[in-house]
Ligand binder design. Sequence first.
Ligand code: FES
Length: 94
Amino acid sequence: MFLCICSAITEDQVHWAVRERGADSAEAVFEILAARPDCFRCVASLEEAVLAVRAGEPVRLMPEPAAAGPATTPWGCGGRCRPSWGSAGIAKAS
Ligand code: FES
């Protein structure tokens, strides 16, 4: 599951950044992954994910599956915050 669409950061990458590199914040996750936030809509969700991983709890950011559409994001923009997501026009932050 993508937690940050702008930088294509997945839940697995957050787990890795926290467990293997000691990330303790969303800012640290971005830094460790050599990414940078663009729209900043994911930052609160990333912070929650970091806290959950550090506490050994599951990351629970998605709505219930019945309510989630294919373009649903953890922060509820439904993909509107990045309408060209997935197109060749998006460059991954480095
Ligand atoms: S979704 Fe993470 S910076 Fe935009």
